[in-house]
Design a protein around this ligand. Structure first.
Ligand code: DOR
Ligand code: ZN
Length: 347
């Protein structure tokens, strides 16, 4: 059989991205806007985007930084804290400023110190979100130091998520950037209100990429990549055709010096070639015919948003990824640095 050389799909969205702020945001935004019509923008700035006014002005800064002629819609999220006000969050959702709210367990990851210390502290917020149909986006890891870092997602399901889903059965929940077979199974067996995003890196690497043959900080993100059996489970879920699994890159830029450090930051900057990375995975799995639904249909359907108009085309081609990029006057090492990807997004 001859190999498929191009694929045209409805224009996709990124349902989880870190765009940062200021000059960094101005430097990275174009990579996301080049591929995606919309993106769910994470609120873990410092200080966090935790009220309507902050989201509104952050949204305006993003729109002002868009390259000329690019249509791109940032979908804003509200960072939940122990003190979040249900009325403020409901007001932002009703006004179309907030698309969703994000639960970071306190100290789970970058800029999460002001996150939620116990889910019971935000029950009034979650009840209101359930009523209004506002999605909850969850960073699903426990922060208990006694729990092994590779088990923190599975333990989060057992200790927190399972109960949350039972207590609030109509709350829409996106289990973000899942990394384990336990998460795949949990989402598959839960009702239609529960979905998950999957990143390119968790489809492509296992923990050996970080730890074998030398410490490779540019493959370190949170939740950290797990064993090979988990990567295989994630690939099966992504290509399964189940509408519960959709695209979310978790692109998270940090400068080289912040990654290559005695205490390096978590985050993989995959925005430059995100869609191409997913295409390579679906191609390897002989599932290119399922890419469009994963990238462009299941996300908006879950969020209750219209599908995008227009298409993008990917072409089988060797794309050399640079060793590093100069962004905002600093150096960022992109995902796949120095490697060749087998697909190119046609401009
Ligand atoms: O690796 C990560 N980086 N995981 C997160 O949850 C946050 C993100 C960031 O903001 O750098
Ligand atoms: Zn993230």
């Amino acid at each position: 059989m001859t190999q498929q050389q191009t694929i045209t799909i409805r224009r996709p969205d990124d349902w989880h991205v870190h765009l940062r702020d200021g000059v960094m945001m101005q430097g990275v935004l174009g990579f996301t806007a080049r591929q995606f019509a919309r993106a769910i923008v994470m609120p873990n700035l410092s200080p966090p985007v935790a009220d309507v006014a902050a989201a509104q002005s952050y949204r305006e800064r993003i729109l002002a930084a868009l390259p000329e002629g690019r249509s791109f819609q940032p979908l804003m999220t509200c960072y939940l804290t122990d003190d979040s006000d249900p009325a403020e969050i409901a007001r932002g959702f009703a006004a179309g400023i907030f698309t969703a709210a994000k639960l970071y367990p306190a100290n789970a990851t970058t800029n999460s110190a002001q996150g939620v210390t116990a889910v019971r502290n935000i029950m009034p917020v979650l009840e209101r979100m359930q009523q209004t149909g506002m999605p909850l986006l969850v960073h699903g890891e426990v922060t208990d130091h006694e729990v092994d870092i590779f088990d923190r997602e599975a333990v989060f399901i057992e200790r927190i998520l399972d109960k949350l889903v039972r207590d609030l059965p109509d709350l829409k929940i996106v289990f973000e950037h899942i990394t384990t077979s336990e998460a795949v199974q949990f989402v598959q067996s839960a009702g239609p209100k529960i979905a998950a995003t999957i990143t390119p890196q968790h489809l492509q690497i296992n923990r050996n990429a970080i730890l074998a043959g030398g410490l490779r900080p540019h493959f370190y993100c949170l939740p950290v990549a797990k064993r090979e059996e988990h990567r295989i489970a994630l690939r099966k879920a992504a290509i399964s055709g189940s509408p519960k699994f959709f695209l979310g890159t978790d692109s998270a830029p940090h400068e080289r010096g912040a990654k290559e450090s005695s205490c390096g930051c978590a985050g993989i900057f995959n925005a430059p070639h995100a869609l191409e990375s997913y295409a390579a995975v679906f191609d390897e799995e002989n599932a290119l015919d399922r890419l469009e639904a994963f990238a462009s249909e299941f996300g908006p359907r879950f969020y209750g948003l219209p599908l995008n108009e227009g298409t993008v085309t990917l072409q089988r081609a060797e794309v050399q990824v640079p060793e590093s990029l100069t962004i905002a006057g600093g150096e960022i090492v992109p995902y796949h640095a120095g490697q060749v990807i087998g697909w190119r997004l046609v401009e």
